[in-house]
Write a protein that binds this ligand. Structure first.
Ligand code: MG
Length: 323
């Protein structure tokens, strides 16, 4: 495994992509209306930062690196877009990395499809394996992760990376289900829930008393659901449907400081108030897989949508932004 920092990426344009005039001019307006206007300026525009990916995923703002890291899952590499708009290869090969997040120390936590691992990048660049096996078998293909204040890492383990050759390495599952796991600070794994066809994105409410999880499986009766759970002492209870999307499936989730829930869906980002009312839609051309708040002030919302990484300025901050 190699990392290429801070060398500019091979084969990518060396000119800044941030604010590229033509792409910006073609970007759609955000559809904003009350109460969405409380967090998005109605005149806000979606800006294209990068459009040379294959399947962009797992955005995370990394203050220590001065930019946005994201995964180009199917191209088997991770990229970094710096504040000045330069895009460079960050890790290649990435083991078909997908979701990324930060821990309390700002270290990058990454879900890898190809190796069925969750890994942490140490401050010296070394990789530490945090989770790889459960109950005697390899994990499926960890998809997305979030770190709680107590240091536990919660992550989803659907089978996309072992079902599809372009997403990893096809092989039979060695697990009895597609679980949401909790990795305790001592390294032990427990199944938080096994009630998903394909668990995908996940995010905590600002007080971490609720965990939201996307169901990206398409079985009748569960398709399109974002489910909510109460969280107490590292365990989940009171499962309920928080919202349902009709355009594609929900993928990555984020929550802002006001408790609003943001989901990447089949045609953009959908936003719900904490009580489950749909308050907005930021359309994208094709599916939006994942999202992240970031930027120097934590108020930029980054969108990974197919081959593109987009950004829009907001009036709010992500609930779990680390600066
Ligand atoms: Mg995902």
């Amino acid at each position: 495994m190699t990392e290429s920092l801070p060398v500019l990426c091979r084969g990518l344009p060396r000119r800044p992509l941030l604010g590229l005039a033509l792409l910006t001019a073609l970007a759609p307006h955000v559809r904003a209306a009350d109460p969405l206007s409380a967090m998005l300026d109605p005149a806000a525009r979606v800006e294209t930062l990068y459009d040379e990916g294959e399947w962009c995923e797992g955005p995370v703002w990394v203050p220590a690196l001065g930019g946005l890291v994201f995964s180009d899952v199917r191209r088997n590499r991770m990229m970094l877009i710096r504040e000045d708009g330069r895009a460079e290869v960050f890790r290649e090969p990435s083991n078909n990395a997908n979701g990324n997040t930060l821990d309390a120390e700002g270290r990058l936590i990454t879900c890898e499809h190809r190796t069925s691992r969750v890994v942490r990048r140490e401050t010296d660049g070394a990789i530490t394996v945090l989770a790889e096996r459960y109950d005697g078998g390899r994990l499926n293909s960890p998809n997305d992760a979030v770190v709680a204040r107590d240091g536990a890492i919660w992550f989803t383990d659907p089978t996309y990376g072992i079902d599809q050759a372009e997403e990893g390495i096809p092989r039979p599952s060695e697990q009895k289900g597609r679980f949401v796991f909790r990795r305790a600070p001592d390294g032990s794994l427990t199944v938080a829930t096994g009630r998903f066809v394909q668990p995908n994105g996940l995010a905590f409410s600002p007080d971490e008393r609720i965990l939201y999880v996307s169901e990206s499986g398409t079985r009748e009766g569960v398709a399109g659901q974002i489910r909510a759970f109460d969280v107490s002492d590292g365990q989940l209870s009171n499962e309920r449907v928080f919202a349902t999307v009709s355009k594609g499936v929900p993928d990555g989730l984020k929550v802002d400081t006001g408790g609003r829930v943001y989901a990447g869906t089949g045609d953009g980002v959908r936003i719900w108030s904490a009580d489950g009312r749909l308050v907005g839609h930021i359309p994208t051309e094709g599916p939006c897989a994942n999202i992240a708040f970031g930027g120097p002030d934590g108020r930029r919302l980054f969108l990974c949508a197919g081959k593109r990484v987009l950004a829009v300025e907001t009036k709010v901050r992500g609930a779990t932004i680390r600066t």
